[in-house]
Write a protein of this length. Sequence first.
Length: 431
Amino acid sequence: DPLPLVVGQQQGQGPPPLPPTQLVRNKKAHSRHCSGPSQPQGSRNLRASDLIAELLNAAEKSAEVARAIRREETLFQLLIEEKTGDDKGKRFGFDFKTLADVLIQEMIRHDLEKKFSGMGKRVTGEENNKFTNIVGESVTVEIKDNKKKTMSTLMKILSGNDRAAGVLSELVHQDVTVPRPAELQKFESIQLDKKTIGVWVDPIDGTAEYITGNRDPEFRPGENISQNGLPNVTVLIGVYEKATGLPIIGVINQPFFQTTDGKAWTGRMVWGACIGDVRATCLPMARSEPLLAEGDKHAVLTSMSDCKKLGTYLCENFEVLTAPGAGYKLLCVIDRLCSAYVLSKDNTYRWDTCAPHAILRAMGGGVVKHKQTLSADFKAKRDQSVRELQITYHKAEPKAAGSNAWCNMQGVIAYCDEEVLMKLAESLTRK
Ligand SMILES: O=P(O)(O)O[C@H]1[C@H](O)[C@@H](O)[C@H](OP(=O)(O)O)[C@@H](OP(=O)(O)O)[C@H]1O
Ligand SMILES: [Mg+2]
Ligand SMILES: [Mg+2]
């Protein structure tokens, strides 16, 4: 049975912000919060609850690295050099923001491998970890067994910038443990065979916003949707099952959720899992108020670059809003700050949608291919269409190479409530 849906709110009355993630930083790698006997290293199966707990740790650590890069002067200077344009690409031969992205992705891979041997190779992400440094040497960015070794790899690509390499390797080797959520109990008895799952990572979604600077978050009057800057940045980690391609676990961290002075930021974590018929999210379920007051239109988020086109179809029945960051827009659907995210274009990738998709499935919603909702059959065969048009994560797009192979070519519609999806499909096909 579907879980009770979280029923949203009118615009301007978003859910109360969740408290910033409580953290426990351990000197020792083992967490006191892990319950139950741990499974032997190398075992083929892993407990779903342990995997979710580890993904939460990985997402929080990623968020901490993302915050630290902006906080630590040595690193921040390298990051903002990109903005000026003059030195871009000259100092190292690549963008420093790309290194930040790659480092976080490789850290997630390393930490998952350490906890569940054999998992590291199942992690795929947006970034390629091969760099060529300024002297033409090819360097693979990997997290090594200890700080010293990692630092020496980083020094090779940071042209001997010891200070930056030292700070970064310190950051990626720290232990971060998030208290284990009580809801994980539901997944204690579910075993996952490592060979049957894959992981999509977008280490930093909204990279443009990440390097934009310390602008104050900007919200339109009466809205809770951030219009630019650091709140639009997210870390996305999603797990899918290889047999069906469906996403089963999603973790989103918003590293820059709140600030009091524009400098010190706290983040928040949102997660959800939908494995077989066991579902849970960290969000408060079953709100009882109606989705909309009479006469109000459902708010729909889209990309700035798609707004004009979609607006012509949707504005009669929906309020069409924009915000940067694909992960952030999907998070707004999950938070019920809007009713859906619609994109007719091919500029999101599997790593952008996998984690939010898993959370939406746990809430009774989903992410479907936009183009296929325009077919006449979509409405006629509603149940079948909604099931079959879910984006899947296991197969590359035919005849596409490189990152295009993992592009959501048909566009996307992300929704919590299927009725909203049907209404959107109707408006999108209206001439
Ligand atoms: O920052 P990366 O990980 O490369 O992911 C991008 C997504 O793939 C794009 O779809 C986003 O574009 P929109 O902001 O137009 O949705 C884009 O948003 P942005 O251009 O506002 O940064 C990013 O979310
Ligand atoms: Mg992205
Ligand atoms: Mg990214």
